[in-house]
Write a protein that binds this ligand. Structure first.
Ligand SMILES: CCCCCCCC/C=C\CCCCCCCC(=O)N[C@@H](CC(N)=O)C(=O)O
Ligand SMILES: [Zn+2]
Ligand SMILES: [Zn+2]
Length: 478
């Protein structure tokens, strides 16, 4: 199954072995990247000083990338970076590696070490961006730097796109890079971005880690609910205030989860592919989902992370009202962030939400919406998916489960659907549930060894992508 070796691959793979000096340099480079606070606060509101510094920093730590004649570097949207690596064989369709430079804000509160210190403790590098997503930015450029030092010349062209505003929509970075490549007539074989991991301990009855390569991504709807009432003196209050009406509406939304969509969308394929990995009696349950789906779907609803896979989630994220203790406020506003299940649409979610609130005094304002992303191919013929599989098998031989999944968050890759149908979201890093909570949370960290493995993965992946073969069809095995 998967990809066949070519003569080229057999003749000249460069071993993914790094000297002690290189290993020290690579971890120190990551620490330096973490120390630059490239924070995105709101759309259009970034730490531009840090973003500019980051541009200079990558020039300093990856000099070979910047001086190689077959690599073109462009700055797009002021702070994003696009690298075009020209391969020697123009008949091979190019691909693209994505990552983002920006990070969400972090204060020192609750962190074992300050979030922008990049300090190493007990074999872990701590800091905002160590998992989301400076690890990928640095690992991609690091792997390329190491390959170039070893005189590597790629056969297949590829792009590296590093966005600077992924955490606040990607409108200035990824969206502009995408438009630029489209204007140049570029079509890509596939894209690899962040958005999933090697998951360890996410499914209680599955003891083995599994690599989940996300082939789709949930959509989103940012909805602002607003109530306007007559203001006045708090000494003679009306029976209902704008705050009370809005609070009741928001509470109804929280208390009424949107429908469980278990059975539709990519989750079904994920579970079918996982079925044989469970031991008895879970194996019987997962092999007979037609019978046990009510049980499985209820079990998945119990945990927040698996619940996010079975339905459109509702998160009340902002609530603003009131100006003074003795003034009945005229306006109350709340913002709700829905993450839309791949089998639903923005319009469906909007309708369901209005039906739950059922109060004409509550106005609905759509701030932003994104439909769920289409499912990328993951069959034996899907080059991007099979290359990821092949590289997982080589770098993480202990992993024998690779399944297609759904990304519960959003990634910059959604801006590139005009360039390819093959979008894969996968970070070659082990993730446990507590690590998941550190993403956008506190004490985000990556082990030095995990980061080295990520560099190794990309180092091998780039070479594996030089294959001129289409993936081997299932039929060959019959
Ligand atoms: C049956 C198996 C259970 C599997 C559980 C799934 C566990 C999910 C694991 C990892 C997902 C990590 C996703 C990280 C990507 C983060 C991307 C991000 O933060 N995006 C922002 C961007 C934005 N502002 O739109 C977001 O808010 O989504
Ligand atoms: Zn991210
Ligand atoms: Zn993020």
């Amino acid at each position: 199954k998967g990809l066949r070796d070519t003569e080229h691959q057999r003749a000249s793979p460069i071993p993914s072995q790094f000297s002690q000096e290189e290993r020290v340099t690579m971890k120190e480079s990551l620490k330096g990247a973490i120390q630059i606070p490239t924070v995105s606060f709101n759309p259009g509101e970034f730490n531009t000083t840090a973003l500019a510094e980051f541009g200079e920093y990558i020039h300093k730590v990856f000099p070979t990338v910047f001086r190689t004649s077959f690599i073109q570097h462009e700055v797009v949207g002021e702070y994003s970076h696009l690298f075009t690596v020209q391969g020697s064989d123009p008949s091979l369709q190019p691909y693209m590696l994505l990552a983002h430079i920006d990070v969400v804000p972090a204060t020192d509160q609750g962190w074992e070490v300050p979030p922008f210190s990049g300090l190493e403790r007990d074999g872990f590098i701590y800091g905002r961006g160590t998992l989301d997503n400076k690890n990928s930015v640095m690992a991609i450029l690091q792997a390329l730097e190491l390959l170039l030092i070893r005189n590597y010349i790629p056969r297949r062209s590829f792009f590296i796109a590093l966005g600077h505003d992924e955490e606040v929509s990607g409108a200035h970075g990824a969206q502009k890079i995408s438009a630029l490549l489209q204007a140049r007539g570029v079509q890509l074989a596939f894209i690899v971005d962040e958005g999933s991991f090697i998951l360890d301990g996410f499914i209680p009855s599955l003891k083995k880690p599994l690599a989940m390569v996300s082939v789709s991504e949930k959509g989103s709807l940012d909805l602002m609910l607003e109530v306007n009432m007559t203001p006045g003196h708090s000494s003679a209050p009306p029976k209902e205030t704008s705050i009370g009406i809005l609070a009741a509406a928001v509470s109804r939304l929280e208390q009424t989860p949107l429908p469980n969509m278990f059975g539709s969308g990519p989750l079904k394929m994920t579970l079918q592919q996982l079925a044989n990995e469970f031991s008895f009696p879970a194996s019987v349950i997962f092999n007979n989902l037609w019978l046990f789906w009510p049980l499985v779907s209820r079990l998945m609803e119990r945990e927040d992370i698996t619940n996010a896979l079975v339905r459109t989630t509702t998160a009340v994220t902002m609530f603003n009202a009131g100006i003074k203790v003795n003034v009945i406020p005229p306006v109350a506003q709340a913002t709700v962030n829905f993450r839309i299940h791949p089998a639903q649409t923005v319009q469906e979610v909007l309708k369901l939400t209005k039906d739950i609130v059922m109060d004409d005094r509550v106005q609905f304002h759509v701030l932003e919406s994104v439909e769920p992303l289409p499912v990328s191919p993951f069959d034996d013929q899907a080059l991007g998916y099979q290359l990821i599989r092949q590289t997982i098998q080589s770098v993480f031989p202990e992993i024998n489960i690779v399944v297609p999944g759904t990304c519960i968050a959003q990634t910059d890759s959604r801006h590139y659907t005009n360039l390819t149908t093959g979008i894969y979201r996968f970070n070659p890093v082990y993730l446990q549930p507590q690590d998941f909570r550190s993403i956008h949370g506190i004490n985000e960290r990556i082990s030095v060894q995990a980061y080295e493995s990520q560099v190794k993965f990309i180092f091998e992946f780039i070479q594996n992508a030089d294959t001129e073969q289409r993936p081997v069809s299932h039929l060959h095995e019959l």
